[in-house]
Design a protein around this ligand. Structure first.
Ligand code: UN1
Length: 505
């Protein structure tokens, strides 16, 4: 890839290392970013603020359906060309997009840069997958005298519901996966980050994507589950809480009409096990990054760490020492490690968590931007694995030398299945945890920041349905496969089919 801003395989891992926001990359602290952020005026970005009425929405859906039909008839390589053009404009508009990630989503500079890169990676990845898989049909074996071709068709209009914690990467990832396959999109982006959404959609328009192909429900639209109930959509892609996913599933199940497929990526009470063969400096770094990076506002974040009793006190001293050095503050300053929580309700929820664990609560200041100091709470085995609090709060559980298996079954039985971390130098333990029912297992490293393309991300159980973001399969969940069987002996013989697109004319 010619553009130096895009992660090539050689730089992917360098990007990941820098993404949790604790080591700001020199290259990213260029004067332009500093200048842009300090003089940035979010007011210049317009958001359409009218509450969409039902009639207007239905009209938008009709226009979207028409646009989708000609989009589906456009060859994959032409769709991809337009999506790549969108990626180019996102690269060109780096400063504004990063500034909006900082000001609207409260991201640190390093987290904002990492997310901007991830959004572009998603576009490139799904475009490459589309070109690889959708240009020609797959020939399947069959009986003599018959020809079988497998072709992929779009589902129609996909409702994409994206969260505030990755308002660019997840928003783009969902939408582009659907568009590559020839679908139209109804976007329900997070209300907290609507200026960013508006700018991304403006760039899509500028790139030449047909205007009504992506309908935006807008900042004042009713909740995601209301959209599911009332609007004619053919598939739903959701990232958010487990509770909302259940409501959406219920609404889909009781909606008259066809059965609608649903892909959910939800949360997790994610655990890590550290045994006494682990390298403590590495563990300390991994714990601080995984539990407190991005203010713990990642569904992949570490929530409960199980530490073998022989090293527990020593490691705790190291981690609490590192926590005392973390600078929590307003993200527009680059001299911070951790930004604020997204809004007042998130801040209040963390105060409830403090009460729940018997920790001291904080009081709201007049100029609050909802900073919340990272906390560590010691708790007895098995820990508290019911609630995902979604902030920088870590449960610390010591376990006995012969309790490794007990800890593994505690995690298995919790029902959560998103990320898991192991720090150990025993190969048998790596083998054991690779069998845990979770989507992403990380061994001897931090457990956030999955890399698009090489580490498909998503969970099972309470944590989601799959297929995983950034993997090979998600593209196909926005499509239907159709097997076309020809009797080759009949007059006319075999027609070479196009996949994912109807031939023009
Ligand atoms: C989320 O937090 O909603 O691996 C998902 C990671 C990110 C997680 C995104 N891809 O940390």
């Amino acid at each position: 890839l010619p553009n130096p801003d895009i992660r090539t395989p050689e730089t992917l891992f360098e990007g990941r290392k820098n993404s949790p926001g604790l080591n700001l990359n020199e290259r990213e602290t260029q004067a332009w970013l500093e200048h842009r952020l300090l003089h940035f005026k979010p007011e210049q970005f317009e958001v359409e603020s009218t509450r969409p009425d039902q009639a207007k929405l239905m009209q938008g859906m009709e226009q979207c359906k028409k646009a989708q039909q000609s989009w589906a008839a456009t060859p994959v390589k032409d769709r991809v060309a337009l999506l790549q053009r969108w990626a180019e404009l996102i690269i060109k508009n780096k400063e504004d997009l990063i500034a909006l990630l900082v000001t609207e989503a409260g991201k640190t500079w390093a987290d904002a840069v990492a997310e901007w890169r991830e959004g572009i990676d998603f576009i490139h990845h799904y475009c490459a997958e589309g070109l690889r898989a959708l240009q020609t049909p797959t020939r399947l074996p069959g009986p003599a005298g018959e020809d079988n071709q497998l072709v992929w068709h779009p589902r129609g209009i996909c409702l994409c519901i994206s969260p505030w914690n990755f308002p660019m990467a997840i928003f783009l990832g969902q939408i582009v996966a659907c568009l590559v396959g020839g679908n139209g999109v109804l976007a329900k982006a997070a209300p907290q980050t609507q200026k960013l959404t508006a700018l991304l959609l403006k760039l899509a328009q500028k790139a030449g994507l047909p205007d009504p192909l992506i309908q935006n429900l807008g900042p004042e639209a009713a909740s995601a589950d209301a959209a599911v109930k009332t609007l004619p959509v053919d598939a739903v892609f959701f990232t958010g809480s487990t509770a909302t996913a259940r409501t959406i599933a219920l609404n889909l199940a009781t909606k008259p009409g066809p059965i609608i497929p649903f892909v959910a990526e939800t949360g997790g009470v994610n655990c890590m096990i550290v045994d006494s063969t682990a390298l403590l400096e590495q563990v300390c770094d991994a714990i601080v990054q995984s539990a407190f990076g991005s203010a713990g506002q990642r569904c992949s974040a570490l929530r409960v760490v199980y530490v073998q009793e022989d090293i527990s006190e020593r490691l705790k001293t190291m981690v609490t020492g590192a926590m005392a050095l973390l600078r929590v503050g307003k993200p527009v300053s680059k001299d911070i490690d951790i930004g604020p929580l997204i809004d007042e309700s998130a801040w209040r929820r963390m105060q409830t968590a403090c009460r729940h664990f018997g920790l001291e609560e904080e009081t709201l200041q007049a100029d609050q931007t909802f900073e919340f100091k990272p906390r560590l709470i010691e708790i007895a085995l098995p820990g508290e694995l019911q609630t995902e609090w979604f902030g920088p709060l870590l449960q610390w559980v010591s376990y006995g030398r012969d309790q490794f298996e007990t800890v593994c079954s505690t995690i298995e039985q919790s029902g959560w299945g998103l990320t898991f971390g192991l720090h150990s130098r025993l190969p048998s333990r790596a083998q054991r945890v690779a069998n845990l029912p979770v989507g992403n297992v990380y061994i001897n490293r931090s457990m956030t920041g999955a890399v698009v393309g090489s580490q498909p991300f998503g969970g099972q159980g309470f944590s989601g349905t799959g297929p995983k973001a950034g993997g090979h399969h998600i593209l196909f969940s926005a499509m239907v496969e159709r097997c076309v069987t020809h009797n080759t002996a009949a007059v006319g013989g075999v027609v070479e089919l196009m996949t994912g697109a109807k031939p023009r004319g």
